[in-house]
Write a protein that binds this ligand. Structure first.
Ligand code: GRG
Length: 286
């Protein structure tokens, strides 16, 4: 299967599973289920669950062994987007070219839809323990990991720093450190999740962590470039691309992607998908 087909195929698997796992819109209280589904099916690329699949596939596991955990991570990602767009945060009226959740459902329901997706995300990850090929111990390890990677030392902490970011001078090191927490942490966790559930050893996990951190950092820098070049977003804050320019952002993201791929060398086989995923991030247009 070529890589474009691979992406399409895995995205379809995830879309179908999410549709099956989420409560139907008609289920009471209908408004919250509508709001959850509005953002979950709002055109996301599914990068994070695809990374979980690809990491599991590296260890010869089938996608069905990790699909609930992969979908759980996507729900947690969607929760973070809904909250990120709220007036008290980034105050964005649009997400993926469509009105953001609070613009359609109002702030209170958007806030609750985000909360509900976080809860559902954890619930799905726990339900992955029903798969007999997966060790219960690895699910416990994953839950502990997620709490760490989205907590105050990582994603949540990064968002706090981002919220307090003014149009003042921020050192490059501090900005990349913020990106590592706000964006790279969940991307790295998505890779680690597939590996942990597949029984990866410490050395393998370390290599995949380096891969995840580097693609995660590149992901945010590329996102900054896209924001500048094509998004309707009102850039009120400094970001890597508007501070250091497109040329440097491009070369830095290319360097990070190369480093990510280099860290896969210890596997010396079956890393084609993870390598292609890293390259794809450099060429993505949205
Ligand atoms: C984790 C408890 C807890 C709170 C969350 C709101 C918040 C705190 C964090 C927001 C973090 C955030 C929105 C980071 C930006 C990451 C980013 C570049 C998202 C876009 O990812 P894509 O392009 O999204 O993969 P799609 O649209 O494809 O789903």
């Amino acid at each position: 299967m070529n890589f474009k087909k691979y992406l399409e195929n895995r995205k379809n698997i995830i879309d179908k599973a999410l549709d099956e796992y989420l409560p139907p819109e008609e289920k009471s209280p209908s408004i919250i289920h509508k709001a959850m589904r509005y953002s979950v099916f709002g055109g996301g690329k599914r990068i994070r669950p695809i990374l979980t699949f690809a990491a599991a596939e590296l260890f010869g596991k089938d996608t069905k062994n990790v699909i609930k955990a992969a979908c759980g991570i996507e729900l947690i990602h969607t929760f973070s987007l809904i909250h990120d767009d709220l007036p008290c945060m980034d105050n964005d009226d649009f997400r993926r070219g469509k009105p953001s959740n609070h613009k359609v459902f109002g702030e209170a329901i958007a806030l609750l839809a985000g909360d509900a997706l976080l809860v559902y995300g954890f619930d799905l990850i726990i339900k992955n323990s029903e798969v007999k090929e997966i060790k219960k111990q690895s699910i416990l390890k994953l839950i502990k990991e997620i709490s760490f990677y989205i907590g105050t030392e990582n994603m949540l902490g990064g968002q706090v720093e981002d919220t307090n970011l003014k149009n003042e001078d921020i050192k490059k090191e501090d900005l990349t450190n913020l990106y590592m927490k706000k964006t790279a942490a969940l991307i790295c966790l998505s890779v680690r999740a597939g590996a942990i559930l597949s029984g990866a050893n410490q050395k393998q996990l370390e290599a995949l962590t380096k891969y995840g951190e580097n693609i995660g950092l590149a992901f945010q820098i590329i996102d900054d470039m896209l924001d500048i070049m094509q998004d309707q977003r009102d850039l009120k804050k400094p970001n890597y691309a508007n501070k250091y320019g497109i040329k440097e952002s491009k070369s830095e993201s290319e360097r990070l992607i190369k480093e990510a791929k280099d860290s896969l060398k210890i596997f010396n086989h079956k890393t084609a998908t993870l390598r292609s995923l890293a390259d794809y991030l450099l060429t993505r247009k949205r």
